[in-house]
Each structure stands twice: as structure tokens, then as C-alpha cells.
Design a protein around this ligand. Structure first.
Ligand SMILES: Cc1cc2nc3c(=O)[nH]c(=O)nc-3n(C[C@H](O)[C@H](O)[C@H](O)COP(=O)(O)OP(=O)(O)OC[C@H]3O[C@@H](n4cnc5c(N)ncnc54)[C@H](O)[C@@H]3O)c2cc1C
Length: 290
């Protein structure tokens, strides 16, 4: 291990200074990816900057417009000590699939996103919900949509000295619901062959007025498939509309073949999951309004 210094600052400004003084520093939220990388020798930071003691990075709050989730808030606290599961059951399902109870006690949504794995479970769910990244660094603060944040496997859009502060999810209307589904070869402790996040809004007659479909593990980054959402808007989610959304998702997918499945299998599975996630989000809206 190369770590020479472990620092746990209590303020964001302190963390920013520790990341901007030229040391080979890595941020640690839960450490469930970072420390595995250090053990494997794929990561070799000299300084580790632990974010868990910075109040705004672990805070979760809701206002009239949005939910704000601190980038280092643990999956467990999001799932059990916040309103997130009632507003975003699909996003909560994605977090609840990560690892195990022990992993969820440490890991964060921010870490899942920054780690930029093509198979990360929370990313399609965040994209489906139109989440924004709040970023701070030497040049100040800015925001970007989650779908623009991941640039490739293990590569994100953060510049030197920057860190992710929070995720902002626009508050859904009572006629909006999300869903996240994934397929893994094993039922526990495995990563996705394909993952799908869907968010739908329906009007009083059941017509779809907004839809976002995101697919994971079938391309170098999770993708927002705009054509899949567009195929649903203005319809009553009848079979032809769902088939068009499935076809758009399969068209957008460009998976690899590996030990978890061939490219052909992943492409098939992602379409199946799109259809099921649409049905699940629709059922949630119908149930909430009945
Ligand atoms: C046994 C096991 C099972 C797992 N199963 C799954 C699974 O089913 N699905 C899944 O998606 N993942 C899984 N993972 C991967 C991992 O648990 C998740 O990616 C987790 O969400 C990472 O969060 P973390 O807080 O632990 O990140 P960390 O390890 O702390 O950080 C991950 C990376 O992001 C950077 N980073 C973290 N926070 C910030 C920030 N705020 N700003 C800038 N950079 C930051 C770190 O420097 C590091 O490079 C598993 C891991 C293990 C060990």
C-alpha cells in the first residue's frame, strides 16, 4: 500500500485545500471501491481524504423543489433514515442492490457515481430521475447532469482538485414514479449483465407526459436513451409504444461480451428489463393514485 497520510477533515474548505496542494490525493467516501483498488495495486494515492466527517457531504434534505443527497451519505442512511425511498423507490432499489448490508453501511451514491463503473447500479437510476451533480473545486462551484458526468470506464468529468459535493434529484410529482431493475448471473453480490432505470409521468387519463429511460452495463457508460423516452410520451403505454422503447434501448446498447454474458445476450436482456421497468413505474403511479 502506498498510503502515507489519512486525513478526515471536518469542513469542505479544508477538504478542498487538501485536494489542491499538489499531493497525490484520493477522496474516500465509503472506501468500498477505493480500498479494493489500493489492495489490488490499481490505485496508489499518497494521501487519502475521508469525506465522512464533513456535515454537508453526509446530509440528506428535501425542499419544495428537490432532494439533496450529500455525496458521501451512506446507502444505508439514504435507505433507512431519509425520505428518498418514498420519493424515488427505483433509485432506492438500485442502492439496495449494491453489495450487502455491510457494504451499504459504508458505500455512497456519490462514490458509486465517481467510480464510474459501466455496471454501477445507481447511475441509470440517477439519470432516469434527471439528477444533477453539484461539483466544487479550485475554480468554484458548478452543476452538470449525471448523464454527462461519466466519461468512460473509471473516468469521470472531475478536474484536478474537484470533488462531488451532492446529488440533486428534482422532486417528482404525485403522477411520477421510477423503477430500477438489473439482471445478475448470481442473486447476491454480483454486478449487472444489464441494468435499467425508468422514470415516467402520467396524466389523469394514463397518458405518458414525460419519460426517461437509462441503460447500464451495456456500453462504456450508462446511457440516457432519449429515443426510448420519446417513444413513450403521448401514448397510453400500449404494447406498440413499449416495443418501440425496447427497440430504441437495444439500438443504443453497445455491450461487450465477457464471462457474465455475450453482447447478444446483454442486448436482449436490456430490452426485457426496459419493458418490465416501464410496467413497474406505471403500476406505481396507478397504485399511488387509486
Ligand atoms: C463486495 C462488493 C460488492 C459490490 N457490489 C456492487 C453492486 O452490486 N453494484 C454496484 O454498483 N457496486 C458494487 N460495488 C462497488 C461499490 O461498493 C460501489 O461502487 C459503492 O457505491 C462505492 O461507494 P464508496 O462510497 O464506497 O466509494 P469510494 O470507494 O469511497 O470511492 C469510489 C471512487 O470515487 C471517488 N470518490 C468518492 N466520493 C467522491 C466525491 N465525493 N468526489 C470525488 N470523488 C469521489 C474515490 O476517490 C474513488 O475513486 C461492490 C463493492 C464490493 C466491495
Amino acid at each position: 500500500m502506498s498510503i502515507q497520510e489519512f486525513v478526515a477533515p471536518h469542513s469542505l474548505s479544508e477538504a478542498k485545500s487538501l485536494l489542491a496542494d499538489g499531493a497525490m490525493a484520493s477522496v474516500l467516501a465509503g472506501g468500498t471501491d477505493l480500498l479494493v483498488g489500493v489492495r489490488l495495486g490499481t490505485r496508489s494515492p499518497e494521501r487519502v481524504v475521508d469525506l465522512k466527517k464533513i456535515p454537508e457531504l453526509t446530509a440528506i434534505s428535501v425542499d419544495a423543489e428537490a432532494l439533496h443527497i450529500g455525496a458521501a451519505a451512506s446507502a444505508f442512511s439514504i435507505l433507512h433514515d431519509s425520505d428518498v425511498p418514498s420519493f424515488f423507490p427505483g433509485f432506492a432499489e438500485a442502492l439496495d442492490l449494491i453489495g450487502s448490508t455491510q457494504i451499504q453501511g459504508r458505500c455512497s451514491a456519490g462514490g458509486n457515481l465517481c467510480n464510474a463503473s459501466p455496471a454501477a447500479d445507481s447511475i441509470p437510476a440517477l439519470i432516469a430521475n434527471g439528477a444533477q451533480c453539484v461539483i466544487t473545486g479550485p475554480a468554484g462551484d458548478h452543476q452538470m447532469p449525471v448523464e454527462d458526468f461519466v466519461l468512460g470506464p473509471s473516468k469521470n468529468a472531475l478536474k484536478e482538485g474537484e470533488l462531488l459535493v451532492a446529488l440533486i434529484l428534482p422532486r417528482p410529482s404525485s403522477q411520477t414514479a421510477d423503477a430500477y431493475l438489473r439482471l445478475t448471473p448470481r442473486t447476491e453480490m454480483d454486478i449487472a449483465v444489464a441494468g435499467v432505470g425508468v422514470s415516467l409521468t402520467l396524466d389523469g387519463e394514463g397518458t405518458c407526459t414525460a419519460a426517461r429511460v437509462s441503460i447500464g452495463a451495456v456500453a462504456p457508460t450508462a446511457l440516457l436513451v432519449e429515443a426510448a423516452g420519446a417513444a413513450l410520451i403521448g401514448t397510453q403505454l400500449e404494447a406498440t409504444a413499449i416495443e418501440a422503447a425496447v427497440a430504441a434501448a437495444r439500438e443504443a446498447a453497445c455491450p461487450i461480451s465477457d464471462k457474465r454474458g455475450t453482447a447478444e445476450y446483454r442486448t436482449h436482456v436490456v430490452g426485457v428489463l426496459v419493458a418490465r421497468a416501464i410496467a413497474q413505474a406505471q403500476a406505481r403511479i396507478v397504485e399511488a393514485s387509486s
